[in-house]
Design a protein around this ligand. Structure first.
Ligand code: SF4
Length: 221
């Protein structure tokens, strides 16, 4: 049985065909890693820091921009709370489906818990209903069982803004329904058709025989 991660459900939502290539056929097409490098370093450093590893030498290897981002994270009030877990792999079962993923960190003050997600790029467009938000909150709700409050916090380190989503019984019900519905759609799909035409930046476009860019677009770029 599948264990659905936020990326799997997001991929399916964007293009069922891409989901088919990536998660059913296991075809992985390498992508340029440059935009992800800064994010990866900050995530690794945050994990060491929260696990109380001495990071003084690693910090000296940061570029000026990376150091600015790191300082922003250190000053963030949520990041300064007590850490429960860092780089925390969590799964749970909703209806017939296993869902889960790796949480950047879970922090708390007394019985108030916060899932932290560090963003060196953009925060999701609709963070309340992003699959990552829904899956992580549902998993931590099951894991903790008892708490006073539970929230998901996107720490946007570029814009120096926090986006906080509070969990409650009403939103829990909505999330469960949405996740069950999406998982049912994915597992019952046997065609994985997609009518998308804006495929210019898709790494699977060659498999779909869709040109990555038109001659006119090449001139614009
Ligand atoms: S090229 Fe378009 S249709 Fe094909 S997998 Fe990518 S997004 Fe989907």
């Amino acid at each position: 049985m599948n264990n659905f991660s936020p990326n799997m459900l997001k991929t399916y939502q964007n293009c069922p065909k891409k989901y088919y290539y990536k998660y059913i056929q296991s075809i992985n097409i390498p992508q340029s890693s440059t935009p992800f490098e800064k994010g990866k370093k900050i995530h690794a450093l945050a994990n060491y820091y929260l696990q109380k590893v001495d990071i003084s030498r690693i910090q000296t290897a940061l570029s000026v921009t990376e150091k600015e981002v790191w300082d922003t994270l250190l000053k963030n009030t949520f990041f300064q709370k007590e850490c429960l877990k860092s780089e925390f792999q969590l799964t749970c079962k909703i209806d017939d489906f296993w869902i889960g993923g790796r949480l950047d960190a879970v922090v708390h003050d007394f019985e108030n818990y916060y899932i932290l997600d560090y963003k060196t790029g953009a925060t999701p467009q609709n963070p309340e209903y992003d699959y990552q938000t829904m899956i992580y909150l549902l998993c931590l709700d099951k894991y903790l069982e008892k708490y006073e409050s539970l929230s998901f916090v996107y720490l946007n380190l570029k814009e120096q803004k926090n986006h906080i989503i509070k969990f409650n019984p009403e939103i829990k019900q909505q999330y469960e329904q949405k996740i069950i519905q999406t998982c049912k759609t994915v597992t019952s799909d046997n065609t994985f058709n997609c009518n998308r035409t804006d495929c210019r930046h898709c790494e699977y476009s060659k498999l779909c025989y869709i040109p990555t860019e038109s001659p006119a677009q090449r001139l614009i770029d």
